[in-house]
Design a protein around this ligand. Structure first.
Ligand code: AMP
Length: 282
C-alpha cells in the first residue's frame, strides 16, 4: 500500500492502473477511521483498485468549528487501510491542495440551503470544492459515501449529475455502535456521561419510526414528538431536526415520497448528526 502526499504522484499511479484496464474505487475521508469508513472501503473492493483520501479539509470548516482539534492518527488509519486491501492513501497537506492564490469554488444552491447548510454556511461549498478536486485528481470509476451524511450524499449525487463528473456514486448504510450511536470520528470528543447522553439521537429515531408505524404522516407532529423526546436529555441541545424531501432537501409538510428525517444535536460541545429515510416502508 502506498501513502502518497503529492497530487502528481497519485495521478501517475492512477494512470498506470488504468493503462492495465483496472477500475478504481474511491473513499473520501477526513481520517480517524472507524467501521463506518471501513464499510465503504469494503464495498469499494468491487473495483480492481481502492484509493482512500485522508484530508481534513480546512475549507469546509467554519471559523468557530473544530478544524484544529479534529482527531488525526495516520498510523492507525494506515493499518486499517492496509488490512482492508487499500492500494493507495492520498494524504495531502492543505498547501498541496490549495495554492496561496486559490480562488475557484464549486457552489450549489437549493440542496445546500437547509439542515447542515443553515448551521454551517460555508460547509458545503468547501465539500463540493474539495470533492471536485479529489475526483479530478483520482478520476475514480466509483466513489463511496455514507448515508450518515445524507445531505452530503444528495449534494454529491446532484453535483455529479449537474456538472457531468464521470463517476458512479454509491451510497452506503449507516454503521452504528451496538447500542445504536452512529459511528463518527467526533464520538471521541464525548465524555463518559456524554457518550450515554448521545444515545438520545438514535433513540429519537426509533421513537420517530414507531410514530410512523402507527400511521402518522404529518411532518410537524413527527418532528415535535422527536424533539420532545430529545428534550428529556439534559445534555442535549437540538441544532436542527427536520423532515425534507430526500432529493431536493426541501422541507415537507406530509411524509409522502422518499423523506429524509435528519438532525444535528449538540451533546455538550460536540455536534452529532443522525438521520433516517422514510419511504412508506417502515
Ligand atoms: P468523514 O471522515 O467523517 O468525512 O467521513 C467520510 C465518509 O465516511 C463519508 O462518506 C461519511 O458519510 C462516511 N461515514 C462516516 N461515518 C459513517 C458511518 N457511521 N456509517 C457509514 N458511513 C459513514
Amino acid at each position: 500500500m502506498k501513502i502518497v502526499k503529492k497530487i502528481e504522484e497519485v495521478k501517475s499511479y492512477i494512470k498506470a492502473w488504468k493503462t492495465e484496464g483496472d477500475t478504481v474505487g474511491f473513499v473520501l475521508t477526513m481520517g480517524y477511521l472507524h467501521e463506518g469508513h471501513q464499510s465503504l472501503i469494503n464495498r469499494a473492493a468491487e473495483n480492481d483498485r481502492i484509493v482512500v483520501s485522508i484530508f481534513v479539509n480546512p475549507m469546509q470548516f467554519g471559523p468557530k468549528e473544530d478544524l484544529a482539534s479534529y482527531p488525526r492518527d495516520l498510523d492507525r488509519d494506515s493499518k486499517l487501510c492496509e488490512e482492508n486491501g487499500v492500494d493507495l492513501i492520498f494524504y495531502p497537506e492543505p498547501e498541496e491542495m490549495y495554492a496561496p492564490d486559490f480562488c475557484s469554488y464549486v457552489d450549489m444552491s437549493v440542496l445546500t440551503e437547509e439542515l447542515c447548510g443553515q448551521s454551517r454556511p460555508v460547509h458545503f461549498r468547501g465539500v463540493c470544492t474539495v470533492v471536485s478536486k479529489l475526483f479530478n485528481i483520482v478520476t475514480p470509476d466509483r466513489a463511496y459515501f455514507g448515508e450518515k451524511d445524507a445531505q452530503q450524499l444528495a449534494i454529491i449525487r446532484r453535483m455529479v449529475r449537474d456538472l457531468n463528473f464521470n463517476v458512479e456514486i454509491i451510497g452506503c448504510p449507516i454503521i452504528r455502535e451496538k447500542d445504536g450511536l452512529a459511528k463518527s470520528s467526533r464520538n471521541t470528543y464525548l465524555s463518559k456521561e456524554e457518550r450515554k447522553a448521545a444515545l438520545v439521537l438514535s433513540r429519537s429515531i426509533e421513537h420517530g419510526k414507531k410514530i410512523l408505524q402507527q400511521g402518522e404522516r404529518n411532518a410537524a407532529v413527527l418532528i415535535d414528538a422527536m424533539k420532545d423526546y430529545i428534550a428529556t436529555e439534559p445534555l442535549a441541545r437540538i441544532d436542527y431536526l427536520k423532515a425534507v424531501d430526500a432529493f431536493s432537501m426541501q422541507p415537507v409538510d406530509e411524509l409522502k415520497g422518499a423523506t429524509l428525517v435528519a438532525m444535528a444535536v449538540f451533546i455538550g460541545k460536540t455536534r452529532l448528526i443522525d438521520n433516517f429515510v422514510f419511504e412508506n416502508n417502515i
